[in-house]
Design a protein around this ligand. Structure first.
Ligand SMILES: Cc1cc2nc3c(=O)[nH]c(=O)nc-3n(C[C@H](O)[C@H](O)[C@H](O)COP(=O)(O)OP(=O)(O)OC[C@H]3O[C@@H](n4cnc5c(N)ncnc54)[C@H](O)[C@@H]3O)c2cc1C
Length: 386
């Protein structure tokens, strides 16, 4: 077993430290407070070839693996970019893995080079009445000539202000209780469109991306834009869920380490009893504990990404990694706020933003409870509880 990163992986990590390091706290705080996407940062990722990292070389990408993508995401996040790295989810993960694994030759030719150049997607899966139970979706796409006509509502859909394409999960056949996953199709539409309306929510964090209630009113999508097999979207979706979960885990680990570094730097400078607060064991131990948790979680993230790259079953390893990473990172951010005291609660501290943004990872893209359901059933062999 070899735990060393390759020379290329170290170079990638160094590049990401350098690129991310050029965007400081003032930049990320203003993006957060003004609730706007970091478009210049995302363009830089595209210009440097990072958004094309996992896209096959014949379409202009670098053909690297998910492990490489996790290393890059973590490094950028660790030097402050945090949720700004969600461009990787909106582009190479949603778009790249879906199309390179399930697209037709024409879809690959058209879409993969656009993703390398920074095209962003939205993914519309969740609905008001389905939530964690995606098989319960009601949005229906009815065939009409060469098109599907989509009607329905989606919930909590992110990145609609920026996305030029949207992957919509629809029913194309009525629900069959004997096979609830059958009859669900993934359609790829263009945005903006007069028949697609959305209303942004005010939310706790992740302000770099808008999150919306979404309405389709006779939204036409050409039938040639089915991704994967009509009525059998699940087979393909499973191939994208693990990369999404792992990239978000890598992002969380970077954010946790960023918060710890801020806390340590502050504690070494801040003195209230005649010596730096860093010398108090009561502050040292929780930060040391947070570091241990983050290091262990990182190993699981890398293992799960490696399994995925080997074409092996990475499902259980991925949800374990996601759970460990997001909990460790949230604990680190919480302890960073505590270390900074009142200053940690103030918006410009940076750690307050990190904490708010990380809280969502306990729900998104898979909730803690659904992770535990998966582990109980598929790792422990216990009966399905729901
Ligand atoms: C900021 C943000 C961005 C998002 N972006 C997108 C996006 O771009 N696209 C998209 O499609 N969706 C998106 N989502 C939706 C997200 O994936 C869902 O919130 C998530 O899947 C859970 O669904 P729900 O919120 O309806 O919760 P529910 O399913 O209603 O669950 C509520 C609670 O019950 C628990 N629960 C549910 N079922 C079980 C069970 N069987 N056993 C134990 N506990 C259970 C859940 O874990 C949760 O704690 C986003 C959400 C947020 C907050």
């Amino acid at each position: 077993m070899d735990f060393d990163l390759s020379e290329d992986q170290r170079a990638l990590q160094d590049l990401c430290y350098k690129l991310g390091g050029d965007f400081d706290d003032v930049y990320w705080n203003s993006i957060d407070q003004e609730k706007r996407p970091p478009l210049d940062f995302w363009q830089l990722l595209a210009d440097q070839g990072l958004l094309g990292m996992t896209i096959p070389e014949e379409y202009g990408g670098s053909g690297l693996g998910l492990l490489d993508l996790c290393i890059a995401t973590e490094a950028l996040s660790e030097v402050g970019a945090g949720d700004g790295t969600s461009a990787f989810v909106a582009g190479p993960v949603f778009g790249g893995y879906l199309i390179s694994r399930g697209g037709t030759p024409a879809q690959k030719d058209e879409i993969l080079p656009a993703l390398v150049n920074g095209e962003m997607w939205a993914g519309a899966f969740t609905e008001p009445d389905s939530g964690s139970n995606v098989t319960n979706i009601k949005t229906f796409a009815e065939r009409d000539g060469d098109d599907f006509v989509v009607r329905g509502q989606k919930m909590f859909i992110s990145n609609l202000k920026v996305a030029s394409r949207i992957a919509v999960l629809c029913r194309t056949a009525k629900r069959d209780e004997k096979n609830r996953m059958a009859g669900i199709t993934l359609l790829l539409g263009r945005l903006p469109d007069d028949n697609v309306e959305y209303r942004p929510f005010k939310k706790m964090g992740t302000n770099y991306m808008d999150t919306n209630a979404l309405f389709f009113d006779n939204y036409r999508i050409p039938a040639e834009n089915v991704v994967g097999e009509e009525g059998n979207a699940w087979r393909l979706l499973y191939k994208v869920l693990n990369p999404e979960r792992l990239v978000i885990s890598a992002m969380a680990i970077g954010m946790g380490n960023y918060a710890i570094r801020k806390a340590v730097d502050y504690a070494k400078e801040r003195s209230v009893w005649g010596k730096p607060i860093a010398s108090h064991q009561g502050l040292q131990f929780p930060l040391a504990e947070a570091r241990i948790q983050l290091e262990c979680a990182r190993l699981k993230v890398y293992e799960a990404a490696w399994l995925f790259d080997q074409g092996r079953d990475a499902g259980v390893a991925t949800v374990m990694a996601k759970h460990a990473a997001c909990h460790a990172a949230l604990y680190a951010a919480d302890r960073a706020i505590q270390t900074l005291g009142g200053a940690g609660y103030i918006a410009d501290s940076g750690v307050e933003r990190i904490y708010r943004n990380l809280r969502g990872t306990r729900m998104v893209p898979i909730s803690d409870e659904m992770v535990l359901n998966t582990v109980a059933q598929h790792d422990l062999g216990m009966p399905r509880s729901y």
